[in-house]
Design a protein around this ligand. Structure first.
Ligand code: FES
Length: 689
């Protein structure tokens, strides 16, 4: 193989040999997704100059299954459900193989050590460790079955639903065949780069691109004035569309997109970006939401930084505090939180002769991407097709637009396929974060430990643009009392603009932030009352008939008390068993934290659709835009369709998902796909039957 002497092994394996099972999550040797085995040792191929590989044996994930037979590790990863989005899986498998080749009988600590350089953001590692231990056992026993490694199958009245089945997408993920956006390429493809703002708040006075135009290999340079349609995006739509695709009047955070370039190579595009000259007039920035709420603060948009105020009032909160024997007050702050999905944002767009545009990209919400791209291009929705590629984690941040509109604009302009892959730095700079909250909380209770009143003020820093900001604050307000029966409630929640990076959806959608506050309040209250903190929660727990702060009556099953009672039994046992050694620096204890969470969008419709087609041979197809991002929806939807159609083998149900030529589906968020798209599939399957 002829290689450029300065090339890195990962790039040669991916680009020259097409071994795209080798992933690039950071290109810095931090994430482990590029792990391969070189002469028996697990190495990071993104840091290994290809010259070091001369004459050596390299094993990538594509070389694990021999003669069509999966390696015991691949089998075990599938069986133990150690695969979710699959982006970490190839590197994880190879680190594990290098270990087992040298030590087929490792301890759990040795397994942990062997995979300590491989990050996984989806699984929590436990199932991966189970899988490696299972594979080791099988290798030692020559492939025989062992008992006690996996939990026994549960009894169930259903045929397929609620049964443990193999993920329908696991095989392609353990063999390196799963295609993520950066693994795709097209003939004549161009490479895009984005010029990003170096300042948190500044007016754009002038953009000069003359130097770039002279650079050979540059095929397009775009600024805001080149956008044919609407230069505003925002996942909540309507008045909440506040983010320019390319900044026109001013930049509002470090990383805001200012200009785009498409060139014949990534290197030329990188060079071209540096030649664009932007003249800025610096404006005072505001980073602290409390400062931003003041009248005389610098304004990020319009004439107020307070963009939404949600109120949840129930009963007479003042009266509740007057009747209380004990009042506990607390202030809490939660930080920004980076999702750090292992696959950086990536996509390719292509336009056909008729002007139809196709976008292949990672996303949690293909249907929304279609609408945003169409609006930005100024074309009808049906001209745009979005095909979700395998998505290497999202956790909320891949609900928003990233590469999509930029590649679509460049493809539209050049008529060529255009690819854009964010660097890890760019991903962290521009992706949405968990909202930092400032919370003031007051709880009043009787001396018997019955909560009478809760008052809270929640301030969420949404950064430069809204993304899901108002919805996150609404959800936080709705859940602010925790899962407790509180007769008198007063919650005020504010979404506030600053010049920080953008906040948006992140697992829990505002609820984890308020849970930190309401749970600490419960512990403080328990301490003051001198009662066990779990017992205090039990005395106030929601049950059937409880009325929430929004006056929703919980009419059906509420399993909370039962859960707490079981926790009480288990923790009583732990407490008896825990011994803290004299003089040890490690102390053990038992703690409790509780959170409640409603699935689906808060206060918005949650539409999802599906087609179910029953074929002449009794097999079936399910078609839906629902995005599988590793959470397992393709498998669950196949199970649901099979159950309703009376098909015993989910291998006979094929799910075509994440493609907008299928029916519209809500985004993959808020734990909603099983229930919402799942019911669409169920109803369609019933009709088909
Ligand atoms: Fe490990 Fe997604 S399965 S990062």
């Amino acid at each position: 193989l002829e290689v450029a002497p300065e090339a890195m092994l990962a790039d040669v394996l991916r680009n020259q040999l097409g071994l795209t099972g080798v992933k690039k999550g950071c290109d810095r040797g931090d994430c482990g997704t590029c792990t391969v085995i070189m002469n028996g040792e697990a190495i990071l191929s993104c840091l290994t100059p290809v010259m070091q590989a001369a004459g050596k044996e390299i094993i990538t994930v594509e070389g694990l299954a021999l003669e069509g037979k999966l390696h015991p590790l691949q089998e075990a990863f599938i069986q133990c459900a150690a695969v979710q989005c699959g982006f970490c899986t190839p590197g994880m498998l190879l680190s594990a193989k290098a270990l087992l080749d040298q030590n087929p009988n490792p301890t759990i600590e040795e397994v942990r050590e062997a995979i300590s350089g491989n990050l996984c953001r989806c699984t929590g590692y436990e199932k991966i460790i189970d899988a490696i231990m299972l594979a080791a056992k099988r290798i030692r026993s020559g492939g025989g079955e062992e008992k006690g490694v996996l939990a026994p199958a549960k009894e169930s009245a259903t045929r397929i639903v609620a049964k443990s089945v193999r993920r329908v997408d696991a095989l392609e993920k353990v063999t390196g065949k799963a295609i993520f956006a950066d693994d795709l390429s097209f003939e004549g493809m161009l490479y895009a780069k984005v010029l990003r703002a170096p300042l948190p708040h500044a007016r754009i006075k002038k953009i000069e691109t003359g130097e770039v135009e002279k650079l050979e290999g540059v095929r397009a340079i775009l600024t805001a004035k080149d956008i044919p349609g609407e230069n505003r995006i925002g996942i909540l739509g309507g008045p909440f569309k506040d983010q320019p695709v390319l900044c026109d009047d001013k930049v509002r955070f470090v990383g805001d997109a200012v200009a785009l370039v498409a060139a014949e190579s990534e290197e030329i595009a990188e060079e071209a970006i540096k030649l664009i000259k932007v003249e800025y007039e610096e404006l005072p920035p505001v980073f602290d939401p409390l400062e931003a709420m003041k009248e005389d603060s610098p304004k990020v948009h319009g004439d107020s930084n307070i963009v939404a105020h949600r109120k949840i009032y129930k009963g007479d909160v003042e009266g509740g505090f007057q009747k209380s024997d004990i009042i506990v007050e607390g202030s809490y702050k939660t930080p920004f939180y980076e999702h750090a999905f292992l696959e950086p944002e990536a996509g390719i767009a292509r336009v056909d002769e008729a002007g139809n545009i196709t976008v292949w990209a990672c996303t949690q919400f293909p249907s929304d991407v279609r609408e945003e791209v169409a609006n930005v291009l100024g074309v009808p929705f049906n001209k745009v097709r979005v095909i979700q590629t395998k998505t290497g984690g999202g956790f909320g941040a891949k609900l928003d637009i990233s590469v999509h509109c930029h590649i679509a604009l460049l493809a539209f302009k050049t008529g060529k396929p255009v690819k854009l892959v964010y660097t890890r730095e760019e991903s962290i700079m521009t992706s949405t974060k968990r909202h930092p909250f400032i919370i003031k909380y007051k709880t009043g209770a009787t001396k018997e430990g019955r909560i009478l009143a809760v008052e809270a003020e929640l301030i969420g820093n949404t950064g430069a643009y809204l993304s899901y900001g108002p919805a996150v604050l609404t959800r936080a307000a709705v859940h602010a009392t925790g899962p407790y029966d509180v007769p008198n409630v007063k919650i005020n929640a504010y979404t506030v603009y600053t010049n920080c990076c953008i906040s948006g959806a992140m697992r829990g959608f505002g609820v984890p932030q308020v849970a930190i506050a309401h749970e600490t309040q419960m512990d403080r209250l328990a301490e003051k009352l001198g009662v066990d903190s779990l017992e205090l929660r039990l005395r106030n727990a929601f049950t059937v008939g409880s009325v929430t702060a929004t006056r929703q009556v919980l009419e059906h099953s509420v399993g909370f008390k039962k859960t707490l009672q079981q926790a009480q039994e288990i923790t009583a046992k732990w407490r008896r068993e825990i011994h803290n050694e004299e003089g040890s620096t490690k102390r053990k204890g038992v703690g409790i934290g509780v959170m409640w969470y409603g699935i689906g969008n808060t206060g918005h419709p949650n539409p999802s659709g599906a087609f179910v087609e029953l074929l002449d041979d009794g097999s079936a197809s399910v078609l839906t835009s629902c995005a599988e991002i590793g959470q397992g929806s393709d498998t669950v939807l196949a199970q649901i369709a099979a159950e309703e159609l009376g098909i015993d083998d989910i291998g006979r149900v094929k799910v075509y998902s994440g493609d907008t030529i299928t029916p519209y589906a809500r985004g993959t968020s808020a734990s909603g796909q099983t229930y919402i798209t799942g019911n669409a599939v169920r109803l369609a399957a019933i009709e088909a039957r």
